[in-house]
Unconditional design. Structure first.
Length: 136
């Protein structure tokens, strides 16, 4: 078994990630992989993972992919995001792999969410990069 490489983010891990169980497991130039384990507290009334939890995982993965290429003195915000839910998740680990599609002030990106080797969701998003001194 290999040692888990520590990934350093330019900000503290968001408390929301702790609530959902989200972890960053891989990050490099324009790419990130985040995971979220199944938990009954993440489900909707039919026992499958709520779409909002998957959306949050996707949004978080894209943000980390972008953080890997943006200067530390910049802020990034989601401008728009769309997700297609392709299969239900009832157990196991959800793995989100995100990549940026183009660099610039406006950054389009995409993410695939897998569960047990099945594509369960596909999302695309657009982020904007702001200077740290600009008001939100």
């Amino acid at each position: 078994m290999t040692d888990k490489k520590e990934i350093r983010l330019p900000f503290p891990s968001p408390p929301f990630w702790e609530l959902l169980g989200i972890e960053v497991v891989e990050m490099h130039e324009g790419y990130a992989k985040l995971v979220m384990p199944f938990h009954e507290k993440l489900t909707q009334p039919y026992g499958i993972v709520h779409g909002g939890a998957l959306f949050s995982l996707a949004d978080s993965a894209i943000a980390i992919a972008i953080v890997s290429v943006v200067e530390p003195d910049k802020k990034l915000l989601t401008v728009e995001m769309k997700i297609n839910y392709l299969a239900p998740v009832k157990e196991g680990l959800m793995e989100a792999e995100a990549k940026i599609l183009r660099r610039g002030r406006i950054i389009p990106s995409e993410v695939d969410i897998m569960n047990n080797n099945t594509l369960v969701a596909k999302a695309i998003a657009t982020y904007i990069i702001l200077d740290n001194d600009k008001k939100l």
